[in-house]
Design a protein around this ligand. Sequence first.
Ligand code: ZN
Length: 220
Amino acid sequence: MSDVVAPRRSTRERRESAAVKENDAWVDARGGRATIEAVKRESRAVEIERRARKRLGIIDDRDEAWGAMGATPGRGWDAAREAWVQCDAPGCARWRRVPRCVGDALGRTGSGFTCADGRDGRFNSCARAQEATDREIDAILDESVRADEEAKAASKREVINERTRMAQKRKRMAFLEERHRKGEIDLREDGTYTVLVPKKVKNGERWIMIKRKRKKALQK
Ligand SMILES: [Zn+2]
């Protein structure tokens, strides 16, 4: 029966530990004990998670998700759109395929599930056979976990790249604002600017510095 135990561990525990982690951070943020860095990290983690789910095509609306579920178990990345839950009815313990949002909700609330709760008419009774063998379900769950990891990694790269570009843009704007303040350029709202000092030598910056030094020298 070890085959039966394995999927439950990989779905329920994985999701439960994620939920607990999220809750801790929330309490920290509300209690004001979290540092700004921790809040930033948390918001980044939430953003990565949101994008990964979108990337995997996970549908959050129950009715829509049940309607979109295929006739056969999804494999590879498609496996991440589904979850397998075990029937709690005495003597059944069969595994049933449900949309990911349904599996996630069951994992979060810890509420029970029986075959009759399913919406696939072929499998919504304890009298019906399991859709796939325990071994097949284990393999599908492995693919689902792998898809989650890949989608998360891709989303993380995307978020980091975006933030790096934003930081570079901010740095460049700060540099231009400084030049504007010094009167070297006229910086406009849209980010364009006109150089106010005529470029008499190739290296404009160097020329500006020399000119300022001279000015200072005359004032003494
Ligand atoms: Zn059942």
